[in-house]
Design a binder for this molecule. Structure first.
Ligand code: B3K
Ligand code: ZN
Length: 869
């Protein structure tokens, strides 16, 4: 195995840099010729060897200062030049390479998406185009000339401003682009193809006009509007909240259908997975709309946090990702519902990120050791990274945080920075000691806060005893105490909030947890309070406080904090689940407590108080979400209990569910906060009613009268989950209507993959031959195979091992064609430690089989090795 690990501690500044690069692309699917002419500068005067990264192309020639050069050594990943006889510290290299974009299924470097050419260079894809110092701390000015057939590729795009263009006699044309802002190679982009274009403009706060261009596949203009509106909202918001203004005269977004992840923030030319651009009411759900808005914003925000200030090395990835996720979350919260956004983000963090911490790939938000960088675009680096920024925001307040941001940007604009540069700016701008807080960057794992309390009736004093502990993780045995902001509120039993006093006066509701054990005392408390702990989820930790059912009900009814209300309901449901999983395992009957049923009834009955929160509280967590509550996961028990809970809630609340369902009337589809909330509540009611005797009729009608994808998909989901008689005819109708459209069919594939029937795997296998399926398209693979392995808890973990065998066969194929996607899909398999012995053996055997594959990619190697260690 050639896979060699890199360590954060080994960082060294580069001996050479590139100041300017001129790229000349002659595009053709089978044979693209790239001539890269770069101005190199020697930074370390002692250095006589220059090692350039590059692979997966045909190397044609190299010239130094215009003359053929032969003092080099080549291996499978690099070209090392011997410069002992080159005296000047500045010289020019001209490197010619030949690529085959049509054969590039890895979707990194230069590849084809349908007929169009596009690039993906982050993290290390530029080296699949030419030999380069492919590291983020080498910043160069790029000029790019693209030549291609004019009829087939009328649009030729790259970063920066269009400076020149012309036609050739042979039917080809060319365009030249210049990006005035020095950037690392990972932000380079090129697109060539035939598109429909939506044009608009944005006037910045200083009055500059920015041309906005959104490129979509032909015929998709009617799905481009929302993305454009989202972009303009994001540009405005960044000016208002962060005082950050766009810098180029043009901002382009291209939507392509073959893309490994969500989108890419290339300077001035974002490339997007079309899933995060295209939407109209017929094709996209409310959730799709919101996801598009947030990804468009995320990539736009990178222009300052990522592009103008970039990362020194890839270990610093969270510097740009954690911060930019924080910014996009704030944008969504300012433009939509703050509590809903918070709850959804926490839900995701708790299920996916906590699971990562508990698995073999556990790492701090700033990793110490990496084999394949693409494996570290994780929920830990992104979402936990954003939580760390959010904690800083909680500690400093908006004003202090913005002061820190200003200093951070002023000091690092145009540079490649580190996480330390960021924390240090925050610290100096606020004159605050963040030395203990910094440990969040180097310590992995999910801290646990254990809290107990004592009420002293006589002296009216209430005490909270808080202790912290971070259990060991796969990558790190020893843990230290962290600085954890714990936001609390105390309620009396009537539901009134108590002002917090200590012996000296009023105190803040954010407690600073810094030691192993701490006690906090609150005075003037006249009845035993109910504590709301971890309001707004003020830190990414697990909370252990022994709430009684009646305390939870008090919080659910009275807490001002939306997150606390929702979380109280989650704890009630979790208790039901736990108890019943034990019942199931012991062959006892299942039951839902009357108290819980009554609480849910009340929540629904009072939905007018807060429609958004009501839907979230009533949405039954998915089996995969429920699974994370257990140390050892029993897929059969969890799935059975969940179904029982859905069925029982439906039985208990039927009349009220139906009444609420019928009350909500929405005629014309509109995408605004109020309507989204109403649709959601109505569809949550439907999901339960599906389990009642009127289910088949109601769901059928819901589908038939739907005028938008949100309702259509809700009907299909309810029909398949409750195994209604109408499910096959509805699925067939949908298929008939949308089979020409892969993006819409993704919803159908995912529905099929998550069906609760026993023959679901057979079904999934057959669907791989469906005309709308394409093994080389990541969106298709994710929605069919990814949904089966990641969302169908019961079928994937079938005790006969069939789910594991299926995924293994797929991974062996993907290892060759697209290792990045393979590496995403393998996740459920490497988490075997969470299952029983029999499943563990099967899963390990599956991993061993993959590891025997010839030419195992670094992506898979890294994960399997860690898992089997
Ligand atoms: N920076 C890109 C992700 C690149 C992933 C490379 N494997 C998108 C984003 O985070 O905005
Ligand atoms: Zn990002």
């Amino acid at each position: 195995m050639y896979a060699k690990a890199k360590y954060r501690k080994d960082y060294q500044t580069p001996d050479f840099t590139v100041t300017d690069i001129y790229l000349d692309f002659q595009l053709e699917p089978e044979k693209t010729v790239v001539v890269a002419t770069s101005q190199y500068q020697r930074l370390n005067k002692e250095s006589t060897t220059l090692r350039l990264d590059g692979h997966d192309f045909q190397f044609s020639s190299i010239k130094l200062n215009g003359k053929p050069f032969s003092q080099y050594q080549q291996d499978s990943e690099s070209l090392t030049l011997d410069l002992a006889r080159v005296e000047a510290d500045q010289f020019e290299l001209e490197i010619t390479t030949i690529l085959s974009p049509a054969a590039n299924t890895s979707l990194q470097g230069l590849y084809q998406s349908g007929e169009a050419f596009c690039t993906q260079c982050e993290a290390e894809g530029f080296r699949q185009i030419t030999y380069m110092l492919d590291r983020p701390d080498v910043l160069a000015r790029y000029t790019t000339k693209i030549t291609a057939d004019k009829a087939k590729y009328p649009f030729l795009l790259s970063n920066g401003n269009r400076i020149n263009s012309g036609d050739l006699e042979d039917g080809r044309h060319w365009v030249e682009w210049n990006d005035p802002f020095p950037k690392p190679s990972y932000l380079f982009a090129l697109v060539a193809g035939d598109f429909d274009v939506l044009k608009d403009q944005f006037i910045t706060k200083t009055g500059r006009k920015v041309a906005l261009e959104l490129y979509v596949n032909r015929g998709n203009l009617d799905r481009a509007d929302w993305a454009m509106q989202s972009l303009k909202r994001a540009m405005k918001w960044d000016e208002e909240r962060f005082d950050l203004e766009y810098d180029l005269d043009i901002y382009m977004i291209v939507a392509v259908d073959f893309f490994n992840m969500g989108a890419m923030e290339n300077k001035g030319l974002n490339i997007f997975n079309d899933k995060y651009v295209l939407a109209n009411p017929q094709t996209a759900t409310d959730d799709d709309y919101l996801a598009i808005e947030s990804v468009i914003a995320h990539e736009y925000f990178h222009n300052w946090t990522g592009n103008r200030v970039t990362c020194r090395d890839w270990f610093q990835l969270s510097l740009k990702e954690g911060l930019t996720v924080f910014r996009d979350q704030e944008f969504s919260s300012d433009t939509g519902s703050r509590p809903v956004n918070r709850i959804n983000n926490v839900k995701f963090l708790r299920t996916v990120q906590f699971a990562e911490d508990a698995g073999p790939m556990a790492h701090p938000i700033r990793p110490e050791k990496v084999i394949e960088m693409n494996n570290f675009y994780t929920v830990t680096v992104y979402e936990k990274g954003a939580e760390v920024i959010r904690m800083l925001h909680t500690l400093l307040g908006e004003e202090g945080f913005q002061k820190g941001m200003k200093l951070y940007i002023a000091e690092n604009d145009g540079k490649a920075a580190t996480c330390e540069d960021f924390v240090s700016a925050m610290e100096r701008a606020n004159d605050l000691d963040l030395s203990q807080f910094r440990r969040w960057y180097s310590q992995s794992g999910t801290p646990e806060l254990t809290i107990s309390d004592r009420y002293d009736e006589k002296n009216h004093v209430y005490q909270l005893q808080v202790s912290q502990l971070t259990p060991p993780t796969a990558d790190q045995m020893e843990k230290v105490n962290l600085h954890i902001p714990l936001k609390i509120a105390l309620y009396d039993e009537k539901g009134a909030v108590q002002t917090l006093y200590d012996a000296d006066g009023v105190v803040d509701n954010v407690l600073n947890i810094t030691q192993k054990d701490q006690t906090f005392e609150f005075h003037n408390i006249y009845t035993k309070p109910v504590p709301a702990l971890l309001c707004d989820f003020s830190a990414p930790v697990k909370l252990d406080y022994d709430y009684s059912t009646s305390q939870l009900i008090t919080l659910l009814k009275f807490a001002e904090n939306g997150f606390i209300r929702w979380d109280a309901a989650q704890m009630l449901l979790a208790a039901e689940l736990r108890r019943n999983v034990t019942n199931y395992q012991q062959g006892q009957p299942l039951d839902l407590s009357a108290e819980t049923a009554a609480v849910l009834y009340q929540v629904l009955d009072n939905h007018q108080k807060d429609i958004e929160l009501t839907s979230l509280i009533l949405t039954l967590p998915k089996a995969t979400e429920f699974a994370e509550l257990f140390k050892t996961i029993d897929p059969d028990a969890i799935s059975a209990v969940r179904e029982f809970m859905a069925q029982t809630i439906a039985d208990n609340l039927k009349e009220l569910l139906l009444k609420t369902y019928n009350q909500i009337r929405l005629d014309e589809y509109q995408i605004n906060r109020q309507d989204i909330a109403l649709r959601k509540l109505r569809n949550v009611c439907l999901s339960y009613l599906a389990y009642s005797n009127i289910g088949n009729n109601l769901v059928n009608k819901h589908y038939t009268y739907s005028n938008n994808m949100t309702d259509t998909l809700a009907a299909l989901t309810s029909a398949t989950q409750a195994k209604l008689a109408c499910r096959d005819s509805l699925l067939a109708d949908f298929e008939q209507k949308w089979q020409h459209d892969g993006l819409v069919m993704d919803k159908w594939f995912a529905l099929q993959a998550t069906r609760p029937e026993d023959n679901v795997l057979q079904n999934v296998m057959q669907l791989m031959d469906h005309p709308s399926f394409n093994f080389n398209n990541p969106n298709r693979v994710r929605s069919l195979i990814g949904a089966f392995a990641g969302q169908n808890l019961k079928a994937f973990h079938a005790i006969d091992g069939s789910g594991y065998r299926f995924l293994t066969d797929i991974l062996i194929k993907l290892n060759k064609s697209n290792p990045q996607i393979a590496s995403r899909l393998i996740e459920p398999l490497i988490r075997f430690a969470r299952y029983d012995a029999q499943r563990q053996t099967l899963m390990k055997r599956a991993l061993e089989r993959i590891s025997e594959t010839e030419d195992l990619s670094r992506d898979l190697f890294e994960k399997i090795e860690k898992a089997l260690q």
